[in-house]
Design a binder for this molecule. Structure first.
Ligand code: PEP
Length: 255
């Protein structure tokens, strides 16, 4: 598999962490540490930190993302944020379908697809999360599950729009648990996702697709995971909250 056909991207997912002063300190520390990165660098931050992140990263190689968006353009959806609101601010990326949204907030494959649609319509880039539960891995249906999640999420997405999507394979049992998929497990599922994309959009589109791994990736295990032929970067939760750790992962992806 030719990794030069696609860009590796390391994206931080801060989840519900960091007040504005804390965000400012973290980003200020991070900027010099990742300035020479030879991969994409994205920080996906809580809505309340977007403006701070955009201001501090202006003119640097760090891109800013949100952690979710609603599927409607506007309306009576108390507490939600639309894709247009993010795009207007200058936000470039949005995470959609994170397992914590699926697990705690009733996100389904269908609503993931609706949110992907809205994000693309607003001109955003999407980090689309897919991944199996522990029971599903134990039943031996991991590949069916991630392939189905990928197909449903990409429903109605054109080949041109696909270029604005990154897929993050995140086994649910590995997120925030300290349990990482082995490099081989990560590569196997990433390869299956690539084949699914190739079947839908053609081999060239599959080869060009950035497919990250996420799930307890950290400064110590990143190099092995990122060396896999089908692993094109990572979506990083816990380790993205410490600038030196996140920077070490960015360095590993830049090799
Ligand atoms: C995530 O939130 O997407 C994630 C992978 O978290 P962690 O790295 O903490 O497992």
């Amino acid at each position: 598999m030719n990794k030069t056909l696609r860009q590796a991207v390391i994206a931080g997912n801060w989840k519900m962490n960091k007040t504005r002063p804390e965000a400012k300190a973290l980003i200020t520390d991070l900027i010099p540490l990742v300035k020479d990165a030879d991969c994409g660098v994205v920080i996906c931050v809580p809505y309340t930190n977007l403006e701070t992140a955009l201001e501090l990263t202006a003119g640097t190689n760090i891109k800013v993302g949100a952690e979710n968006c609603h599927w409607a353009k506007s309306g009576a959806f108390t507490g939600e944020i639309s894709a247009d609101m993010l795009a207007e601010m200058g936000v470039e990326y949005v995470v959609i379908g994170h397992s914590e949204r699926r697990q705690y907030f009733g996100e389904t494959d269908v609503t993931v697809n609706q949110r992907v649609r809205a994000a693309l319509d607003a001109g955003l880039k999407v980090i689309l999360c897919v991944g199996e539960l522990l029971e599903q891995r134990e039943q031996g249906i991991t590949e069916e599950i991630v392939s189905m999640q990928t197909k449903i999420a990409l429903g109605g997405v054109s080949a041109e729009e696909l270029k604005r999507i990154i897929i993050a394979y995140e086994p649910v049992w590995a997120i925030g648990t300290g349990k990482t998929a082995t490099a081989e497990q990560a590569n196997e599922v990433n390869h299956c996702i690539r084949e699914t994309v190739s079947k839908l959009y053609g081999q060239a589109a599959g080869d060009a697709m950035t497919i990250q791994y996420g799930g307890s990736m950290n400064a110590a295990n990143a190099e092995e995971l990122l060396a896999q032929p089908d692993v094109d970067g990572g979506l990083i939760g816990g380790a993205s909250l410490k600038a030196p750790d996140f920077a070490t992962i960015v360095k590993a992806a830049s090799k």
